[in-house]
Design a protein around this ligand. Structure first.
Ligand code: PHB
Ligand code: FE
Length: 330
């Protein structure tokens, strides 16, 4: 796999809209009032700007996540944990058949810098792609005042556990996170902590629902607890996951409140594999060979369990591990 050495460069400013265009390797990126335009040596693509920016800032914040991030059916990234592919049509049968697909590999840092540079230039004040559409302004229109708000947030992982002394704080009024409008009807009891002498400061508990109810971002799993490679993330979801995630390992979902509708397709071909409606209390394992996208009609709470074992993606890719976690035939 050839790794590109080129970095992102600005290639000019559009006189009508005020936005800059950019080049990274063989990919060119530009935007107008409504759309992002992507070009590569044998093709072009167009993505609605809201979708593009919501996908791009999450891809940065997630550190390119596990496996594939499709911004839509055609364009996206693949994480190789150190390097990242940017692809167009590389997982679409007809693009491949026509020979107009394209894929380039870059150091992860280079893609991060490129995506940050593009997002910064294309995001105006009043629009926050991490918020639910009902809770932010619109990204459409010409360049106005560039937003100076942090591009990504809410990802800071807990070292041991949220709220322990010296660790990431639990969200509260004090941290500037009011209860979201959707969760105002919930009761938020605080747990009693009764500690044996000698263990003060080591035993801890908090109301996780209270913490999630105060999230001001959506589709943005943040690490609340880590036990070796077992990573427990929680997130509040509303509207649609602005990417289609292609798994490179199993993922477990626990639906904590309300419901999410998942569209599930074959990872490589995009052929439909299933629909799942997860309701409060449902648990679901997403296999390692699928791509999926969630739709949440109302804001809800989701727990995502990831297996962070290094090299796991290679063991699934080689077929050493079955793509699903349980075999009911054996
Ligand atoms: C996923 O693709 O598994 C995923 C991504 C973001 C979320 C939840 C699930 O908020
Ligand atoms: Fe996923």
């Amino acid at each position: 796999m050839d790794v590109q050495t080129a970095k992102v460069t600005a290639t000019g400013t559009n006189a009508d809209t005020g936005y800059d265009s950019f080049k990274l390797g063989g990919f060119e990126f530009s935007r107008d009032e409504y759309f992002a335009h992507i070009k590569w040596p044998k093709g072009t693509h167009i993505i609605e700007i809201d979708r593009f920016l919501r996908a791009m800032v999450r891809d940065i914040g997630w550190g390119f996540f596990y496996g594939w991030i499709f911004f839509d059916d055609i364009f996206g990234t693949t994480n190789h944990y150190g390097t990242v592919d940017i692809f167009a049509g590389a997982y679409d049968e007809s693009y491949k058949k026509q020979g107009i697909d394209h894929l380039e590999t870059f150091p992860a840092e280079v893609v991060k810098e490129a995506f940050e540079t593009i997002s910064r230039n294309w995001i105006n004040e009043g629009y926050d792609p991490l918020r639910a559409p009902l809770e932010t302004g619109t990204p459409i229109g010409s360049k106005a005042k560039e937003s100076t708000a942090p591009l990504v947030r809410g990802f800071t992982p807990a070292t041991r556990m949220l709220g322990l002394e010296g660790d990431v704080p639990v969200r509260s009024d004090k941290t500037g996170h009011p209860i979201n409008r959707a969760f105002e009807d919930l009761e938020f009891d605080t747990p009693d902590i009764e500690c044996e002498p000698g263990f003060e400061g080591q035993l801890h508990a908090f109301n996780l629902f209270d913490h999630i109810a105060r999230s001001d971002v959506t589709w943005n799993p943040s690490i609340t607890a880590v036990t070796r490679a077992n990573i427990c993330c929680v997130t509040s979801e509303e509207h649609m996951l602005p990417v289609i995630h292609g798994n490179d390992r199993n993922e477990w979902f626990i639906q904590l409140t309300d419901e999410i509708h998942w569209k599930i397709a074959d990872k490589n071909s995009g052929e439909p594999r299933g629909r799942i409606v997860m309701k409060s209390g449902d648990v679901c394992a997403m296999p390692a060979d699928i791509r999926h996208q969630g739709f949440s009609p109302k804001r809800c709470m989701l727990m995502v369990m990831e297996n962070g074992t290094p090299g796991l993606e290679k063991r699934y890719a080689s077929g050493e591990l079955k793509p699903y976690p349980v075999n009911f035939d054996e």
